[in-house]
Design a protein around this ligand. Structure first.
Ligand code: GBH
Length: 469
Protein backbone atom coordinates (compact mmCIF):
# COMPACT_ATOMS: atom_id res chain seq x y z
CA UNK A 1 0.00 0.00 0.00
CA UNK A 2 1.33 3.45 -0.85
CA UNK A 3 1.69 6.12 1.84
CA UNK A 4 -1.42 8.13 2.56
CA UNK A 5 -1.27 11.87 2.07
CA UNK A 6 -3.18 14.20 4.37
CA UNK A 7 -4.50 17.48 2.98
CA UNK A 8 -2.32 20.58 3.29
CA UNK A 9 -4.90 22.17 5.61
CA UNK A 10 -4.90 19.22 8.04
CA UNK A 11 -4.00 20.41 11.53
CA UNK A 12 -1.22 18.47 13.24
CA UNK A 13 -1.08 18.93 16.96
CA UNK A 14 -0.33 17.60 20.40
CA UNK A 15 -2.39 17.91 23.56
CA UNK A 16 -1.93 18.33 27.30
CA UNK A 17 -4.06 19.41 30.26
CA UNK A 18 -3.30 21.91 33.00
CA UNK A 19 -3.42 19.72 36.09
CA UNK A 20 -1.44 16.98 34.36
CA UNK A 21 1.57 19.12 33.45
CA UNK A 22 1.68 22.50 35.19
CA UNK A 23 2.56 21.74 38.80
CA UNK A 24 2.95 24.97 40.82
CA UNK A 25 -0.24 24.00 42.61
CA UNK A 26 0.10 26.68 45.26
CA UNK A 27 1.99 29.29 43.28
CA UNK A 28 0.97 32.40 41.40
CA UNK A 29 -2.25 32.85 43.31
CA UNK A 30 -3.78 29.56 42.17
CA UNK A 31 -6.64 28.28 44.30
CA UNK A 32 -7.21 24.62 45.20
CA UNK A 33 -9.06 22.33 42.82
CA UNK A 34 -10.88 19.07 43.38
CA UNK A 35 -7.85 17.23 42.02
CA UNK A 36 -5.61 18.74 44.70
CA UNK A 37 -8.04 17.54 47.33
CA UNK A 38 -8.59 14.13 45.74
CA UNK A 39 -4.95 13.34 45.05
CA UNK A 40 -3.97 14.31 48.60
CA UNK A 41 -6.59 11.96 50.03
CA UNK A 42 -4.91 8.66 50.97
CA UNK A 43 -5.76 5.76 48.69
CA UNK A 44 -7.11 7.75 45.78
CA UNK A 45 -4.12 7.87 43.42
CA UNK A 46 -1.25 5.49 42.72
CA UNK A 47 1.18 5.72 45.66
CA UNK A 48 -0.42 9.01 46.64
CA UNK A 49 0.91 10.88 43.61
CA UNK A 50 -0.32 14.45 43.17
CA UNK A 51 -0.02 17.14 40.50
CA UNK A 52 1.88 19.43 42.88
CA UNK A 53 4.95 19.44 40.61
CA UNK A 54 3.87 17.32 37.61
CA UNK A 55 6.03 18.21 34.59
CA UNK A 56 6.71 21.65 36.09
CA UNK A 57 5.36 23.22 32.92
CA UNK A 58 4.38 26.36 34.85
CA UNK A 59 8.10 27.16 35.11
CA UNK A 60 9.34 25.36 31.99
CA UNK A 61 6.77 26.38 29.41
CA UNK A 62 9.30 28.24 27.27
CA UNK A 63 11.31 25.05 26.88
CA UNK A 64 8.11 23.16 26.09
CA UNK A 65 7.13 25.64 23.40
CA UNK A 66 10.63 25.22 21.91
CA UNK A 67 10.02 21.45 21.79
CA UNK A 68 6.74 22.04 19.95
CA UNK A 69 8.61 24.19 17.45
CA UNK A 70 11.09 21.35 16.96
CA UNK A 71 8.20 18.99 16.28
CA UNK A 72 6.83 21.46 13.73
CA UNK A 73 3.34 21.42 15.27
CA UNK A 74 0.58 23.46 13.64
CA UNK A 75 -1.42 23.55 16.82
CA UNK A 76 -1.23 22.92 20.55
CA UNK A 77 -4.23 21.86 22.61
CA UNK A 78 -3.93 23.04 26.19
CA UNK A 79 -6.35 23.60 29.02
CA UNK A 80 -6.75 26.55 31.34
CA UNK A 81 -6.75 25.78 35.03
CA UNK A 82 -9.93 27.45 36.27
CA UNK A 83 -8.60 27.82 39.85
CA UNK A 84 -5.41 29.43 38.52
CA UNK A 85 -7.32 32.24 36.82
CA UNK A 86 -10.29 32.42 39.20
CA UNK A 87 -9.24 30.81 42.49
CA UNK A 88 -12.67 30.35 44.04
CA UNK A 89 -14.54 29.69 40.80
CA UNK A 90 -16.51 32.93 41.05
CA UNK A 91 -15.64 36.58 41.48
CA UNK A 92 -12.32 38.29 40.93
CA UNK A 93 -9.84 36.96 38.40
CA UNK A 94 -6.28 36.25 39.47
CA UNK A 95 -4.24 38.58 37.25
CA UNK A 96 -1.07 36.52 37.68
CA UNK A 97 -2.83 33.39 36.43
CA UNK A 98 -4.33 35.17 33.44
CA UNK A 99 -0.91 36.63 32.61
CA UNK A 100 0.60 33.13 32.60
CA UNK A 101 -1.78 31.98 29.85
CA UNK A 102 -1.52 35.27 27.95
CA UNK A 103 2.25 34.94 27.76
CA UNK A 104 2.05 31.29 26.80
CA UNK A 105 -0.49 31.96 24.05
CA UNK A 106 1.58 34.87 22.75
CA UNK A 107 4.67 32.68 22.57
CA UNK A 108 2.76 29.99 20.68
CA UNK A 109 1.30 32.45 18.20
CA UNK A 110 4.70 34.06 17.66
CA UNK A 111 5.92 30.59 16.59
CA UNK A 112 2.95 30.04 14.31
CA UNK A 113 1.44 27.42 16.61
CA UNK A 114 -2.33 27.80 16.88
CA UNK A 115 -3.73 27.36 20.38
CA UNK A 116 -6.83 25.21 20.86
CA UNK A 117 -7.95 26.09 24.37
CA UNK A 118 -10.06 23.87 26.60
CA UNK A 119 -11.75 25.67 29.46
CA UNK A 120 -12.41 22.64 31.64
CA UNK A 121 -10.19 19.60 31.85
CA UNK A 122 -11.45 18.37 35.23
CA UNK A 123 -9.86 20.77 37.73
CA UNK A 124 -12.94 22.32 39.32
CA UNK A 125 -12.24 25.01 41.93
CA UNK A 126 -12.69 23.30 45.29
CA UNK A 127 -14.99 26.03 46.56
CA UNK A 128 -17.53 25.10 43.90
CA UNK A 129 -17.33 21.44 44.83
CA UNK A 130 -17.98 22.40 48.45
CA UNK A 131 -21.26 23.86 47.21
CA UNK A 132 -22.18 20.63 45.40
CA UNK A 133 -19.90 20.73 42.37
CA UNK A 134 -21.52 19.61 39.13
CA UNK A 135 -24.61 18.42 40.98
CA UNK A 136 -25.34 22.07 41.72
CA UNK A 137 -26.92 23.91 38.80
CA UNK A 138 -25.14 27.11 39.85
CA UNK A 139 -21.85 25.53 38.74
CA UNK A 140 -23.05 25.72 35.13
CA UNK A 141 -23.67 29.45 35.48
CA UNK A 142 -20.34 29.96 37.23
CA UNK A 143 -18.67 28.14 34.34
CA UNK A 144 -20.35 30.43 31.80
CA UNK A 145 -19.13 33.50 33.72
CA UNK A 146 -15.62 32.09 33.76
CA UNK A 147 -15.83 31.33 30.02
CA UNK A 148 -16.96 34.90 29.31
CA UNK A 149 -14.10 36.27 31.40
CA UNK A 150 -11.56 34.14 29.49
CA UNK A 151 -13.03 35.19 26.15
CA UNK A 152 -12.64 38.81 27.23
CA UNK A 153 -9.10 38.34 28.55
CA UNK A 154 -7.67 36.05 25.86
CA UNK A 155 -10.16 36.13 23.00
CA UNK A 156 -7.99 37.63 20.29
CA UNK A 157 -5.41 34.88 20.85
CA UNK A 158 -7.67 31.84 20.54
CA UNK A 159 -9.08 30.42 17.32
CA UNK A 160 -11.09 27.52 18.74
CA UNK A 161 -12.64 27.46 22.20
CA UNK A 162 -13.38 24.05 23.64
CA UNK A 163 -15.76 24.22 26.56
CA UNK A 164 -15.38 20.81 28.21
CA UNK A 165 -13.06 17.86 27.93
CA UNK A 166 -14.83 14.51 28.25
CA UNK A 167 -17.86 15.32 30.38
CA UNK A 168 -18.39 11.51 30.53
CA UNK A 169 -15.37 11.26 32.80
CA UNK A 170 -16.40 14.22 34.94
CA UNK A 171 -19.91 12.88 35.46
CA UNK A 172 -19.42 9.14 35.68
CA UNK A 173 -15.87 8.71 36.95
CA UNK A 174 -16.23 11.68 39.28
CA UNK A 175 -19.72 11.04 40.66
CA UNK A 176 -20.58 7.36 39.97
CA UNK A 177 -17.46 5.15 40.13
CA UNK A 178 -15.56 7.71 42.15
CA UNK A 179 -12.16 6.89 40.65
CA UNK A 180 -11.77 10.54 39.65
CA UNK A 181 -12.28 13.70 41.71
CA UNK A 182 -14.46 14.46 43.57
CA UNK A 183 -14.64 10.70 44.21
CA UNK A 184 -18.34 10.33 44.82
CA UNK A 185 -20.39 7.14 44.16
CA UNK A 186 -23.96 8.18 43.54
CA UNK A 187 -25.62 7.31 40.21
CA UNK A 188 -28.28 10.00 40.53
CA UNK A 189 -25.58 12.59 41.17
CA UNK A 190 -23.73 11.41 38.05
CA UNK A 191 -26.77 11.94 35.80
CA UNK A 192 -27.46 15.30 37.41
CA UNK A 193 -23.84 16.25 36.78
CA UNK A 194 -24.07 15.12 33.15
CA UNK A 195 -27.01 17.46 32.58
CA UNK A 196 -25.34 20.38 34.31
CA UNK A 197 -22.22 19.81 32.21
CA UNK A 198 -24.34 19.93 29.06
CA UNK A 199 -25.96 23.10 30.34
CA UNK A 200 -22.55 24.55 31.19
CA UNK A 201 -21.41 23.91 27.63
CA UNK A 202 -24.46 25.64 26.17
CA UNK A 203 -24.29 28.65 28.45
CA UNK A 204 -20.53 29.01 27.94
CA UNK A 205 -20.79 28.77 24.16
CA UNK A 206 -23.40 31.53 24.14
CA UNK A 207 -21.31 33.66 26.52
CA UNK A 208 -18.18 33.30 24.39
CA UNK A 209 -20.08 34.28 21.26
CA UNK A 210 -21.77 37.20 23.03
CA UNK A 211 -18.31 38.43 23.93
CA UNK A 212 -16.39 37.72 20.71
CA UNK A 213 -19.02 37.55 17.97
CA UNK A 214 -21.45 35.00 16.59
CA UNK A 215 -18.88 33.51 14.22
CA UNK A 216 -16.50 32.48 17.03
CA UNK A 217 -15.59 28.79 16.88
CA UNK A 218 -16.95 26.81 19.78
CA UNK A 219 -16.31 23.12 20.29
CA UNK A 220 -16.65 20.41 22.88
CA UNK A 221 -14.54 17.29 23.23
CA UNK A 222 -16.23 13.97 24.00
CA UNK A 223 -14.87 10.52 24.73
CA UNK A 224 -17.43 8.53 22.80
CA UNK A 225 -17.54 4.81 23.43
CA UNK A 226 -17.27 2.31 20.62
CA UNK A 227 -19.00 -0.70 22.09
CA UNK A 228 -19.33 -4.13 20.56
CA UNK A 229 -21.58 -7.01 21.56
CA UNK A 230 -19.63 -10.04 22.80
CA UNK A 231 -21.80 -12.18 20.55
CA UNK A 232 -22.98 -10.23 17.50
CA UNK A 233 -25.69 -12.84 16.96
CA UNK A 234 -27.19 -12.31 20.40
CA UNK A 235 -29.99 -9.78 20.51
CA UNK A 236 -29.48 -9.47 24.27
CA UNK A 237 -25.82 -8.53 23.76
CA UNK A 238 -26.77 -6.09 21.00
CA UNK A 239 -29.27 -4.51 23.35
CA UNK A 240 -26.54 -4.27 26.02
CA UNK A 241 -24.29 -2.40 23.58
CA UNK A 242 -27.17 -0.13 22.64
CA UNK A 243 -27.70 0.77 26.29
CA UNK A 244 -24.05 1.61 26.71
CA UNK A 245 -24.44 3.97 23.77
CA UNK A 246 -27.39 5.65 25.46
CA UNK A 247 -25.71 6.14 28.84
CA UNK A 248 -22.23 6.84 27.47
CA UNK A 249 -22.77 8.72 24.22
CA UNK A 250 -26.32 9.91 23.65
CA UNK A 251 -26.55 11.50 27.06
CA UNK A 252 -24.25 14.12 25.49
CA UNK A 253 -24.82 13.86 21.74
CA UNK A 254 -28.60 14.01 22.20
CA UNK A 255 -28.91 17.40 23.87
CA UNK A 256 -25.84 18.88 22.15
CA UNK A 257 -26.68 17.96 18.57
CA UNK A 258 -30.28 16.67 18.45
CA UNK A 259 -31.83 18.97 21.04
CA UNK A 260 -33.17 16.27 23.34
CA UNK A 261 -32.37 13.40 25.66
CA UNK A 262 -33.45 10.08 24.11
CA UNK A 263 -36.72 8.82 25.61
CA UNK A 264 -35.08 5.40 25.97
CA UNK A 265 -32.36 6.91 28.16
CA UNK A 266 -34.94 8.49 30.44
CA UNK A 267 -36.78 5.17 30.69
CA UNK A 268 -33.62 3.19 31.31
CA UNK A 269 -32.60 5.47 34.17
CA UNK A 270 -36.10 6.00 35.63
CA UNK A 271 -35.25 3.96 38.74
CA UNK A 272 -32.39 6.34 39.47
CA UNK A 273 -33.81 9.74 38.65
CA UNK A 274 -36.96 11.44 37.39
CA UNK A 275 -34.82 13.91 35.41
CA UNK A 276 -36.42 16.84 37.22
CA UNK A 277 -33.06 18.60 36.98
CA UNK A 278 -33.90 19.35 33.33
CA UNK A 279 -35.76 22.66 33.56
CA UNK A 280 -37.94 24.15 30.84
CA UNK A 281 -35.73 25.94 28.33
CA UNK A 282 -32.56 23.99 29.16
CA UNK A 283 -32.53 22.00 25.94
CA UNK A 284 -32.72 25.20 23.92
CA UNK A 285 -29.77 26.60 25.84
CA UNK A 286 -27.67 23.47 25.38
CA UNK A 287 -28.12 23.14 21.66
CA UNK A 288 -25.68 25.75 20.41
CA UNK A 289 -23.96 25.56 17.05
CA UNK A 290 -21.03 23.15 17.45
CA UNK A 291 -18.37 24.30 14.97
CA UNK A 292 -16.13 21.34 15.61
CA UNK A 293 -16.79 18.18 17.57
CA UNK A 294 -13.65 17.04 19.35
CA UNK A 295 -13.27 13.27 19.52
CA UNK A 296 -10.95 11.55 21.99
CA UNK A 297 -10.36 7.93 21.12
CA UNK A 298 -8.26 5.25 22.77
CA UNK A 299 -9.99 1.89 22.65
CA UNK A 300 -13.20 -0.16 22.36
CA UNK A 301 -15.46 -2.03 24.80
CA UNK A 302 -17.00 -5.49 24.53
CA UNK A 303 -20.19 -6.13 26.45
CA UNK A 304 -22.63 -8.92 27.06
CA UNK A 305 -25.98 -9.09 28.69
CA UNK A 306 -25.75 -10.74 32.08
CA UNK A 307 -28.14 -13.68 32.00
CA UNK A 308 -30.58 -14.21 34.87
CA UNK A 309 -28.90 -15.46 38.03
CA UNK A 310 -25.36 -14.55 36.92
CA UNK A 311 -23.17 -12.30 39.01
CA UNK A 312 -19.58 -11.17 38.79
CA UNK A 313 -17.61 -11.31 35.58
CA UNK A 314 -14.88 -9.06 34.30
CA UNK A 315 -14.16 -5.68 35.74
CA UNK A 316 -13.96 -4.38 32.18
CA UNK A 317 -11.08 -2.15 33.13
CA UNK A 318 -13.05 -0.22 35.74
CA UNK A 319 -10.62 -1.30 38.39
CA UNK A 320 -11.20 -4.18 40.78
CA UNK A 321 -13.50 -3.26 43.60
CA UNK A 322 -14.48 0.13 42.20
CA UNK A 323 -18.16 0.88 41.63
CA UNK A 324 -19.19 0.87 38.00
CA UNK A 325 -19.32 4.17 36.14
CA UNK A 326 -22.14 2.67 34.07
CA UNK A 327 -25.26 3.76 35.88
CA UNK A 328 -28.45 1.80 35.21
CA UNK A 329 -26.50 -0.94 33.46
CA UNK A 330 -26.30 -3.56 36.21
CA UNK A 331 -27.12 -6.32 33.75
CA UNK A 332 -24.41 -5.27 31.30
CA UNK A 333 -21.11 -7.06 31.76
CA UNK A 334 -17.96 -5.41 30.42
CA UNK A 335 -15.59 -8.13 29.27
CA UNK A 336 -11.97 -7.97 30.26
CA UNK A 337 -10.17 -6.72 27.17
CA UNK A 338 -8.44 -9.31 25.02
CA UNK A 339 -5.89 -9.05 22.25
CA UNK A 340 -3.02 -6.57 22.17
CA UNK A 341 -3.19 -4.15 25.08
CA UNK A 342 -1.47 -0.93 26.05
CA UNK A 343 0.09 -0.42 29.48
CA UNK A 344 -3.33 0.84 30.63
CA UNK A 345 -4.78 -2.57 29.84
CA UNK A 346 -6.86 -1.03 27.03
CA UNK A 347 -7.19 -2.99 23.82
CA UNK A 348 -5.71 -1.68 20.60
CA UNK A 349 -8.37 -1.39 17.92
CA UNK A 350 -7.74 1.32 15.34
CA UNK A 351 -10.80 0.18 13.44
CA UNK A 352 -12.89 1.61 16.29
CA UNK A 353 -11.68 5.09 15.42
CA UNK A 354 -12.62 4.61 11.77
CA UNK A 355 -16.07 3.43 12.80
CA UNK A 356 -16.56 6.27 15.23
CA UNK A 357 -15.60 9.00 12.76
CA UNK A 358 -17.67 7.59 9.91
CA UNK A 359 -20.67 6.99 12.20
CA UNK A 360 -20.55 10.60 13.42
CA UNK A 361 -20.23 11.84 9.85
CA UNK A 362 -23.28 9.80 8.84
CA UNK A 363 -25.38 10.72 11.86
CA UNK A 364 -24.60 14.44 11.79
CA UNK A 365 -24.14 14.97 8.10
CA UNK A 366 -20.76 16.52 7.52
CA UNK A 367 -20.18 17.82 11.05
CA UNK A 368 -16.56 19.01 11.26
CA UNK A 369 -14.58 16.65 13.47
CA UNK A 370 -11.20 16.84 15.13
CA UNK A 371 -9.37 14.03 16.84
CA UNK A 372 -8.45 15.98 19.96
CA UNK A 373 -6.76 13.03 21.71
CA UNK A 374 -5.32 9.73 20.63
CA UNK A 375 -2.27 7.95 21.95
CA UNK A 376 -1.06 5.23 24.23
CA UNK A 377 0.85 4.41 27.37
CA UNK A 378 3.56 1.78 27.06
CA UNK A 379 6.35 0.61 29.34
CA UNK A 380 9.02 2.86 27.88
CA UNK A 381 12.59 1.84 28.44
CA UNK A 382 15.44 4.30 28.71
CA UNK A 383 18.49 3.22 26.74
CA UNK A 384 22.12 3.52 27.86
CA UNK A 385 22.48 6.98 26.36
CA UNK A 386 19.18 8.19 27.78
CA UNK A 387 17.33 7.65 24.52
CA UNK A 388 13.83 6.19 24.47
CA UNK A 389 12.93 3.92 21.60
CA UNK A 390 9.15 3.35 21.61
CA UNK A 391 8.20 1.40 18.49
CA UNK A 392 4.92 0.23 20.06
CA UNK A 393 3.75 3.81 20.36
CA UNK A 394 4.77 4.51 16.75
CA UNK A 395 2.78 1.44 15.64
CA UNK A 396 -0.22 2.62 17.64
CA UNK A 397 -0.13 6.12 16.18
CA UNK A 398 0.46 4.90 12.63
CA UNK A 399 -2.45 2.48 12.77
CA UNK A 400 -4.83 5.04 14.22
CA UNK A 401 -3.81 7.71 11.73
CA UNK A 402 -4.42 5.15 9.00
CA UNK A 403 -7.96 4.81 10.38
CA UNK A 404 -8.36 8.60 10.32
CA UNK A 405 -7.17 8.71 6.72
CA UNK A 406 -9.64 6.02 5.70
CA UNK A 407 -12.50 7.81 7.44
CA UNK A 408 -11.58 10.96 5.51
CA UNK A 409 -11.47 9.05 2.22
CA UNK A 410 -14.96 7.84 3.07
CA UNK A 411 -16.19 11.38 3.54
CA UNK A 412 -15.67 12.29 7.20
CA UNK A 413 -14.66 15.94 7.59
CA UNK A 414 -11.74 15.44 9.98
CA UNK A 415 -9.88 18.72 10.37
CA UNK A 416 -6.96 17.66 12.53
CA UNK A 417 -5.30 15.25 14.92
CA UNK A 418 -3.76 15.81 18.35
CA UNK A 419 -1.53 13.20 19.85
CA UNK A 420 -1.98 12.55 23.55
CA UNK A 421 0.33 13.58 24.84
CA UNK A 422 3.10 16.07 24.15
CA UNK A 423 4.76 15.14 27.45
CA UNK A 424 4.66 12.33 29.96
CA UNK A 425 2.41 13.64 32.69
CA UNK A 426 0.20 13.02 35.73
CA UNK A 427 -2.13 10.27 34.52
CA UNK A 428 -4.90 11.00 37.04
CA UNK A 429 -5.57 8.04 39.36
CA UNK A 430 -2.49 6.29 37.92
CA UNK A 431 -0.20 9.14 38.90
CA UNK A 432 3.18 9.10 37.15
CA UNK A 433 3.14 5.33 36.66
CA UNK A 434 1.73 5.57 33.13
CA UNK A 435 3.48 7.47 30.38
CA UNK A 436 1.60 8.73 27.31
CA UNK A 437 4.14 11.32 26.12
CA UNK A 438 5.99 11.42 22.84
CA UNK A 439 8.49 13.34 24.94
CA UNK A 440 9.83 11.66 28.05
CA UNK A 441 9.93 13.55 31.31
CA UNK A 442 12.42 12.49 33.96
CA UNK A 443 10.53 13.39 37.13
CA UNK A 444 13.73 13.64 39.19
CA UNK A 445 15.44 16.17 36.96
CA UNK A 446 12.49 17.40 34.85
CA UNK A 447 14.64 16.75 31.82
CA UNK A 448 12.72 16.36 28.57
CA UNK A 449 13.83 13.77 25.99
CA UNK A 450 11.95 13.35 22.73
CA UNK A 451 11.21 9.63 22.22
CA UNK A 452 11.60 8.02 18.81
CA UNK A 453 7.83 8.48 18.40
CA UNK A 454 8.40 12.25 18.59
CA UNK A 455 10.87 12.08 15.71
CA UNK A 456 8.47 9.88 13.76
CA UNK A 457 5.62 12.32 14.41
CA UNK A 458 7.74 15.34 13.42
CA UNK A 459 8.48 13.70 10.08
CA UNK A 460 4.78 13.05 9.54
CA UNK A 461 3.94 16.66 10.38
CA UNK A 462 6.62 17.86 7.97
CA UNK A 463 5.56 15.70 5.03
CA UNK A 464 1.85 15.11 5.65
CA UNK A 465 2.54 11.56 4.45
CA UNK A 466 1.72 8.58 6.60
CA UNK A 467 4.37 5.98 5.85
CA UNK A 468 3.76 2.24 5.85
CA UNK A 469 5.34 0.28 8.67
C1 GBH B 1 -8.33 11.05 28.47
O1 GBH B 1 -9.24 10.32 29.19
C2 GBH B 1 -8.11 12.35 29.18
O2 GBH B 1 -8.72 13.43 28.50
C3 GBH B 1 -6.66 12.64 29.47
O3 GBH B 1 -6.57 13.65 30.41
C4 GBH B 1 -5.96 11.37 29.87
O4 GBH B 1 -4.66 11.60 30.32
C5 GBH B 1 -5.96 10.45 28.69
O5 GBH B 1 -7.25 10.25 28.20
C6 GBH B 1 -5.34 9.10 28.96
O6 GBH B 1 -6.07 8.40 29.91
O7 GBH B 1 -14.58 3.00 32.22
O8 GBH B 1 -14.71 0.99 30.92
O9 GBH B 1 -15.14 3.04 29.90
C7 GBH B 1 -9.56 9.06 28.68
C8 GBH B 1 -10.45 8.39 29.67
C9 GBH B 1 -10.17 6.13 28.97
C10 GBH B 1 -12.15 6.89 30.07
C11 GBH B 1 -10.82 4.84 28.66
C12 GBH B 1 -12.80 5.60 29.74
C13 GBH B 1 -12.41 3.26 29.36
C14 GBH B 1 -12.68 2.48 30.58
N1 GBH B 1 -11.09 7.21 29.15
N2 GBH B 1 -11.80 4.55 29.65
S1 GBH B 1 -14.39 2.40 30.93
Amino acid sequence: MSPRTFPESFVWGAATAAYQIEGAATEGGRGPSIWDTFSRTPGRTFEGHTGDVAADHYHRWREDVALMVELGLDSYRLSISWPRVQPGGTGELNAEGVAFYRELLDALIAEGINPVVTLYHWDLPQELEDAGGWTNRDTAYAFADYARAMARALGDRVEVWTTLNEPWCTAYLGYASGVHAPGRSDPAAALTAAHHLNLAHGLAGAAIRAELGEETNVSITLNLHVTRPADPESSADLEAAHRVNLVGNHVFLGPLLDGSYPVELRELTARITDWSFVLPGDLGLIRQRVDILGVNYYSTNYVRHRRAGETGGGSGGHGAGAASPWVALDDVEFLDPAGPLTAMGWNIEPEGLYELLTALDNAYDGLPLMVTENGAAFEDEVGPDGEVDDPSRVDYLRAHLGAVARAMEDGADVRGYFVWSLLDNFEWAYGYAKRFGIIRVDYDTQQRTPKSSARWYAELVRTGQLPDA
